[in-house]
Design a protein around this ligand. Sequence first.
Ligand code: PMP
Ligand code: GLN
Length: 402
Amino acid sequence: MSIDFTPWQRTAHGANLLDPAGRPRVTIFEEITGLANKYNALNLGQGFPDTEGPDAIRQIALDSIIEGANQYAPGSGIPSLRQSIATHQERFYGLSLDPETQVVVTTGATEAIAAAILAFVEPGDEVVTFEPYYDSYAAMIGLANAKHKVVQLELPDFQPDLAKLRATMTDKTRMIVLNNPHNPTGSVFGEDVLNEIIKLAHQHDCIILSDEVYEHLTFGVSHVPVATLPGGFERTITISSAGKSFSFTGWKVGWASGPENLITAVRTVKQFLTYSSGPAFQPAVAKALELPDEFFQQFAGSLGQTCALLADSLEQSGIPVFRPRGTYFLVADARQLGYDDATDLARMLPERLGVAAIPMSVFVHPENRQSYSSLLRFAFCKKESVIIEAAQRLRGLPELAR
Ligand code: PMP
Ligand code: GLN
């Protein structure tokens, strides 16, 4: 008897895991990085930095391996890391957390997102995100058999229309997923947006999942966690990760924090996803979270500079840019080059210009494909010399006009 693949097909279709030809899809990050490697292109696609995180922090991970941190860590994370996460939340945001009950360490922010959605969302529930959205939200909402509803961010500053947000959230909304600062647009939401989310979460009795992995990467504005605003903490699972703040994206150490009843649920599900995460990386991340303020300021400052370099150069080539206020990413518009859908351009760029970028349409519901379709996302978390070279190569963009 052959294996019946119908359930997998149904699941994969529901969670948009298949490409238009019905084949299992690799993520756009994997695809574009593959093209960048194939053509030896500068990879401004997948968001990872090309410089290492601090030496002293890497040394702790190295020493930990030698000293024997090689067997399972406690499921909720080693105590010193949970303590450091709590101290970090107090130091930067004045949030007081019990590291025993209100913090859980996860395998990257990705696992925290998955565990939170699986814990709280039932088949048929509605989950609201802004659009464009980070790809793992849609996949997890789909895998939970829930209904994904979106509120589109409005150009040019990628903020939501609050009336549309109000109209989208209903009593069926179980969760709203907020990502602030926002990937892929680089926008930072104002307190008016955050307060409205809190108000609506109370009104419709739903949970806020706040993905703040870019919390330290803002340019000229400060990050306000939704959990710090009145009424926010009690309904919010706040997620972050060592990947973006410390340039260790491959370590996959993340965490969730919030009220005990929410974190208990996340931790309980997380046990059966990975049980526990990298024991040698955890003491290193614990120390990284204690780095002085200057570390965080300098890193954001240098990212702001590479961002400006790339943005200026694209604009000089006649490509409109939406300047971000945070994250690793800026968005540019290829419409004037004749690309209503920048997907073709993104697939062509590594070979033709030796630069890789991500088409915005992959962060959008398939039925909304037309929205944002002419936009491209460029990652500027690269050495200045790489950004200068990429900017130079991108001056060839007008030659690809059609
Ligand atoms: N959320 C957002 C918005 C991201 O951009 C990313 C990628 N770093 C993640 C979650 C996943 O983070 P991690 O690599 O820690 O799983
Ligand atoms: N967060 C990274 C980005 O948006 C990619 C992570 C991944 O490859 N899944 O580029």
